[in-house]
Design a protein around this ligand. Structure first.
Ligand code: KG4
Ligand code: ZN
Length: 341
């Protein structure tokens, strides 16, 4: 049986095709993605209306290409999985309406998937040796949360940001240092170019359960404005600032991950989301005593449709079939999945 997956929750338009065999194993046959980063760079952040308009024109193309790459046609499909939330409402609706139209015209079932569940299980898709239970740190431009992943649909929230996401903290700091949006990776690269920093930033909320980056953001912007003249003249000062900023964000993430390991006694963790590409974060996480850390492939850390296909296939196997009148859910905490929507 072939399953088509669609992802349009933010600024990536993605489609993937999976094959589900008789034993219920899913294999990704193809995946296509169209990123809107260049478009939103002009505005310094994602503009929801523009993102939705882009999805509208790009989605049919991504689906056609994914089907072609998989060597099948629409009539070969047996099911459609689509991201239902959380995300930008207008963007989610484009994917959901497209999926509904296709499901009706082909007479096949549709499954609405939680985007964060996609991120939580993506590490399993790329690391077959990873098994339940494991801790998962989802760290991206929109999300920063740690869950205990106990089984399909069984997610226990350990820690979540109460304000900004870590990726936003990277990007806003990068903006203050003069990098173009999104800027997190560029700031990290500059920070990595020096072995230490002459600057220091406060350790944030080490003893609280949730993440918070707003206090840190204020400290970072004060530090940057105090040293503006110096860093504009001297690349080494800019690199030193970037090193300190990266260190403080990574420390906030890793201290919570460490606490989660202590608290749950679970010895395997996964890190996913765009910020999982960060080398300092990877180094600090792998230094946690007794913990094995897994990552999805780079292209499955960021938003993608393969993870939606992977979850969709698992949910298809356990019999989930959604009504064609389901709505998009812009705010949909993944730990609520066990409850009825
Ligand atoms: O998952 P993702 O692609 O999408 C959104 O959540 O939108 O994550 C993007 C985020 C951005 O904030 C970007 O600056 C950050 O991930 N990012 C990084 C690195 N690579 C991407 N942050 C720090 N270090 C990196 N190497
Ligand atoms: Zn995401």
């Amino acid at each position: 049986m072939h399953l088509l997956a669609i992802e349009t929750s933010c600024d990536e338009t993605a489609a993937a095709v999976a094959h589900i065999d008789a034993s219920g194993q899913a294999r990704i046959l193809s995946e296509r993605i169209s990123s809107q980063v260049k478009l939103h760079e002009l505005y310094g952040g994602v503009v929801p209306e523009l993102a939705a308009r882009e999805h509208l024109s790009n989605l049919p193309l991504m689906v056609e290409e994914a089907l072609k790459l998989a060597g099948i046609s629409k009539s070969d499909l047996g099911c459609i999985a689509v991201t239902r939330g959380p995300g930008l409402k207008g963007c989610l609706l484009i994917g959901l309406d497209y999926a509904k139209g296709l499901a009706v015209s082909l007479g096949i079932p549709m499954i609405g998937v939680n985007h964060i569940e996609g991120h939580l299980l993506a590490p399993m898709m790329d690391n077959p040796e990873l098994s339940f239970p494991f801790l998962c740190l989802v760290v991206s431009g929109g999300h920063t949360e740690i869950h205990e992943v106990r089984g399909l649909g069984d997610y226990h929230l350990v820690s979540r940001t109460i304000d900004d996401a870590a990726g936003e903290a990277f990007d806003k700091s990068a903006h203050l240092l003069g990098f173009a949006y999104p800027g997190g990776a560029a700031l990290a690269k500059l920070g990595d170019s020096v072995p230490s920093s002459e600057f220091s930033l406060p350790k944030v909320m080490r003893h609280e359960a949730g993440f918070s980056f707003s206090g840190l953001k204020t400290a970072i912007s004060l530090l940057i404005s105090k040293n503006k003249e110096r860093f504009e003249k001297d690349l080494l000062v800019r690199a030193s600032l970037a090193h300190a900023i990266q260190g403080s964000i990574v420390d906030a993430l890793v201290s919570k991950l460490k606490a989660a390991v202590r608290f749950t006694g679970i010895r395997q963790a996964a890190i996913t989301g765009g910020v999982a590409a960060n080398r300092a974060l990877r180094a600090a996480a792998s230094a946690i005593d007794g913990l094995t850390v897994y990552y999805p492939k780079a292209e499955h850390c960021t938003d993608n449709a393969a993870m939606i296909a992977f979850v969709g296939a698992k949910r298809f196997i356990i019999g989930q079939r959604d009504a064609l009148n389901i709505t998009a859910i812009a705010r949909w905490p993944v730990e609520e999945l066990g409850r009825k929507n």
